[in-house]
Structures are given as structure tokens and as C-alpha cells.
Design a protein around this ligand. Structure first.
Ligand code: NAD
Length: 497
């Protein structure tokens, strides 16, 4: 946990909690500073919710359910979701600006990925929920009689939604949209690093007519702060969490006494396998995206690249050249491709791995340090896009999630060896296979021990598909019907005919 800083005169702008349909007046003694990662400049103070405010949010959510939200017809809830998407679209540039201020991500990405996906999340889950059917069975009984069995799906109830800082609005709406579509009330705890878009979303949901208490936002940190107050609260009925595996494990312990459903989308140490029959240019374009998107801060990013020996040198040189063409700079500049890391603390962690790679005898093909971007950006948490060779699967940098713009390139000879190397990880989130041999593509993709396995693409998402991870990468699946299953509880009704 980062210690909250005392309020200062640096800024008078507050990012507030939203409880029971109202923004809460901030307590000046419970503010922490929010800085722009690109420049290091503090631009707002965030009101850290205490246990009693979290309790108010849980109480408000329960009341909203009891006041009729849980019984609202699904078509009405779907209509509200569609209106939310339309309103985000109208306020699109405000969301883009808020996401950039919090994360320093490039404007093109904030527009084309983060905020665009928020619209798609609301629209997709409106459609998925409205179209959902129910399973039913005719059961044959003794004496020629029959019984009809069907399941009625009811909302899970009060759902705690805890999300990270890397794709804040995208990941938040990926959970909030299906939760609301299913008739739940949510208390959202965004990352302390990225409080803005969750707060802006409160305005939008209020504007389009969601009843009070259905969507609440509490700000703060994890342990001994809003995150723990929320997950420890006896009034919650389920937790959906995206974040690191270590925090996921902690949250699991916290909620264990209550025995409530959890959905965990956790870390990754994702592999790419590149075969020597591949179209090199296409593979390089895909790999550049998969290693460096969002400065490597996507759970699905590739940090291990296994390359068939015959093309190893050419591919390594080509990827280093692409990395050097990335444009680090002001997030609001249209030409910028790559932003800073989220914080100085995270940069220290990533730089620690740079040092570890060196100690392990890695050859740095490109990067490995802090870029000089001029005085305006000197206070930001920048690192250079970095590629290594000369490492093996036993090195810590190849085993642990770094969550930065980095990858280790490792040669292999046979398909079996590549599969074994890629699967040699406690994580199991994503993999990508690059080959012109489609039979091999299917074969290898299916052997990956992961939640999602791409062939000749990366981060291509179908939101109706199940999404999640294996091993340290998570528990459960969300997406499409999997989301409807997590955010509802079925009651089997059995009628003798
Ligand atoms: P984090 O685990 O540090 O924090 C995630 C959230 O949990 C934050 O809101 C934080 O305040 C809260 N939190 C921390 N400790 C808590 C506690 N004890 N109780 C309750 N809440 C607590 O993760 P991060 O650094 O914000 O995000 C990066 C991580 O998220 C990476 O590991 C990345 O791989 C993972 N991630 C996974 C997915 C996925 O879909 N699998 C997607 C994005 C990010």
C-alpha cells in the first residue's frame, strides 16, 4: 500500500466518492494526491473512503436491490445499459482526457481501445442479457409421470468490483455492465492510481436514470483501506476482482469466512511461439503490438517470445528495430505510441528486473534504461522499450510477471520443445502462435495451458467468449454467458406434471 499523502495546496480539485446516488463531500483529512504519470505533476486529491463510508455504500446497494432494482425486467435494464453507452459516446472526449490524466496512455489508444471498449461492453452485455434463455428438462418419473425442471436466475446481490489501473474504464465496465444487466447493485473500488473514469461513470449512470444505490464508487487503497473494508464487509454477496495474483490470493483469504462467489482475473507471463514458416513482417507487427501495447501493462502482453532457431537472429533484429521506432512522448500528441509506466513505484520494480536481467547475463538488444525525453517529461515514470536474448526459462525475469515494455527472446528447435517451454509457467492467461501452417496453428494453440490462445493475432477479443486464466492467472470465467452465470444465482424449480 502506498501511504496517502497529506493534503497540500498543490491542487484544490477533489475526486470524490459516489454513494447512494450522491457525490460525497470530501474529508480534508483523508485525501491522497493523484499525479500524472507522464509528468509527475499532481493534478487532484482523492478522497479515501473510510470503513463507515464503505458501509454506507453497501447499505445503499442493498436498499436499491430491495427497492425494486433486482426485480426490474431485463429489457428495462438492457435499455439503461444502452443509454449509458450512448451517453459515454456523447462525453467520449471527457473520458479520454480523464483516462490520459490518470495513466499517461497515448491518446490514440485511449480513444480506440479504452473508451471505445467501454461502449462495447455496455452494448454487448445489454444484448447478451436480453437474449439469454433458460435451460429446462422434462424428467421421466415412475408410472409414466413426468416433471418439468427449469432454472430461474436471480441477481447475485451486492457485488464488490475491484479493478486495477492498467485499462481502468475498460476493465471496470467489463464487470459493471454484466453485473447491472443481471440486476445486481455494485460497489466499485477502482485502483488508487486511476480514480477518475469510475467517478465520471457515476455521473453518466445518474444522468441516464439508473436508480440511486445501484452503482457506488469508493476510493482508496487495498489493505487496511477501501479495498479491504469492502471485501471484509458482511453485506456483500460476491467479489469480482482483476489485479495481481498476490492480491487475488489475499482477497480470497479475506472473503473465505463468508463463503461467497469470487471471480478472479489475475496476472500473466504470456508466451508467443514463432515458427520459421511465418510471414516475418506480419509476425513482427503482431509481436510489436503484443509486447509494447500500453507500455507492456496489459495482463495479456507477451513477455516471453520463443523463436524457431532458423529465424531467431532475423526476428530478434527486426523486433529491436520496431521497438526503436516506437514514439515515447506527450500522451496527447497524435504521433505518440508509447506512454510512461503508471507510477514511480512501478518503475522501480521494472528497473529492478532490468538489473536482474543484466545479472543473469542477458544481452540487451535494445533499451534497458530510462529515456531522456526532455525537461517537460523528466518527472514522469518512463522506461525504454527493452528486449533481451541470452536468458532461459530458469531466470527470474523469464518466470515472474514484470508488467512493462519488455520481452525475453529464446530460441527453440522443435514444436514439442516450444510447447513445453511456453507451458513451463505457473501463470496461464494467454498465448499466441505465429505460423503459416494452419494445422500446426490449431494444434499448438490447443495445447497451450492458458485461458486464451491466439493464432496469428493478439488481443483480438470476442466479448461473448469465456475469458479468464488458469493457475496463478485466475479463477472462473467472465464474458458472454459466463458473465451471466457469475452474476446470477440459479434456483431450480421442479414441477410434477
Ligand atoms: P493490484 O493487485 O495491486 O491491485 C488491484 C486492485 O486491488 C486495486 O484496486 C487495489 O487497490 C486493490 N487491492 C490491493 N490490495 C487489496 C486488498 N488487500 N484487498 C482488497 N483490494 C486490494 O494490481 P495492479 O497493480 O493494480 O494491476 C496490475 C495487475 O493486474 C497485474 O498483475 C496484471 O496482470 C493484472 N491484470 C489482470 C487482468 C486479467 O484480466 N487477468 C487484467 C488486467 C490486469
Amino acid at each position: 500500500m502506498t501511504a496517502p499523502t497529506a493534503p497540500t495546496a498543490e491542487t484544490e480539485r477533489w475526486i470524490r466518492n459516489y454513494v447512494d446516488g450522491h457525490f460525497v463531500d470530501p474529508d480534508p483529512d483523508r485525501g491522497f494526491a493523484k499525479a500524472d504519470p507522464a509528468t509527475g505533476q499532481v493534478f487532484a486529491r482523492v478522497h479515501e473512503a473510510d470503513a463507515s463510508l464503505v458501509d454506507r455504500a453497501v447499505t445503499a446497494a442493498r436498499r436499491a436491490l430491495d427497492n425494486g432494482w433486482a426485480e426490474t425486467p431485463v429489457r428495462d435494464r438492457a435499455e439503461l445499459l444502452r443509454r449509458a453507452a450512448d451517453r459515454i459516446e456523447e462525453r467520449f472526449e471527457e473520458f479520454v482526457a480523464a483516462e490520459i490524466a490518470d495513466t499517461g496512455k497515448p491518446i490514440t489508444q485511449a480513444r480506440e481501445l479504452d473508451v471505445s471498449r467501454a461502449l462495447t461492453n455496455f452494448r454487448t452485455f445489454a444484448d447478451v442479457a436480453a437474449a439469454a434463455g433458460q435451460e429446462s428438462f422434462i424428467t421421466d418419473l415412475a408410472g409414466g409421470r413426468q416433471a418439468l425442471n427449469y432454472a430461474v436466475r436471480k441477481p447475485l446481490g451486492v457485488v464488490a468490483v475491484i479493478v486495477p489501473w492498467n485499462l481502468p474504464l475498460l476493465l471496470l465496465t467489463w464487470k459493471v455492465a454484466p453485473a447491472l444487466a443481471c440486476g445486481n447493485a455494485v460497489i466499485v473500488k477502482p485502483s488508487e492510481e486511476t480514480p477518475s473514469t469510475a467517478t465520471l461513470l457515476a455521473e453518466v449512470l445518474d444522468e441516464v436514470g439508473f436508480p440511486r444505490g445501484v452503482y457506488n464508487v469508493v476510493h482508496g487503497f487495498g489493505g487496511d483501506s477501501a479495498g479491504e473494508f469492502l471485501t471484509r464487509h458482511p453485506g456483500i454477496d460476491g467479489v469480482t476482482f482483476t489485479g495481481s495474483s498476490a492480491t487475488g490470493s489475499q482477497v480470497m483469504k479475506t472473503v473465505a469466512p463468508q463463503v461467497i462467489p469470487v471471480s478472479f482475473e489475475l496476472g500473466g507471463k504470456n508466451a508467443a511461439i514463432v515458427f520459421d514458416d511465418v510471414d516475418l513482417d506480419e509476425a513482427l507487427t503482431g509481436l510489436t503490438k503484443s509486447v509494447f501495447t500500453n507500455t507492456g501493462q496489459v495482463c495479456l502482453c507477451t513477455e516471453r517470445v520463443y523463436v524457431q532457431r532458423g529465424i531467431f537472429d532475423e526476428l530478434a533484429a527486426g523486433l529491436a528495430e520496431r521497438a526503436e521506432q516506437l514514439r515515447l512522448g506527450m500522451p496527447t500528441a497524435a504521433a505518440t505510441t508509447t506512454g510512461p509506466l503508471i507510477s514511480q513505484t512501478h518503475r522501480e520494480k521494472v528497473l529492478g528486473y532490468f538489473a536482474l536481467a543484466e545479472q543473469a547475463g542477458a544481452k540487451t538488444l535494445t533499451g534497458g534504461g530510462i529515456p531522456d525525453l526532455g525537461p517537460g517529461l523528466a518527472g514522469g515514470s518512463w522506461v525504454e522499450p527493452t528486449l533481451w536474448t541470452g536468458l532461459t526459462n530458469t531466470d527470474r525475469v523469464v518466470r515472474e510477471e514484470i508488467f512493462g515494455p519488455v520481452a525475453a527472446l529464446i530460441p527453440f528447435d522443435t514444436e514439442e520443445e516450444a510447447i513445453a517451454l511456453a507451458n513451463d509457467s505457473k501463470y496461464g492467461l494467454a498465448a499466441s502462435v505465429w505460423t503459416d501452417d494452419l494445422r500446426r496453428g490449431h494444434r499448438v494453440a490447443q495445447k497451450m495451458r492458458v485461458g486464451i490462445s491466439w493464432v496469428n493475432t493478439w488481443f483480438t477479443r470476442e466479448l461473448r467468449s469465456p475469458f479468464g486464466g488458469i493457475g496463478l492467472s485466475g479463477v472462473g470465467r467472465e464474458g458472454g454467458e459466463s458473465s451471466l452465470h457469475f452474476y446470477t444465482e440459479p434456483t431450480n424449480v421442479c414441477v410434477q406434471l
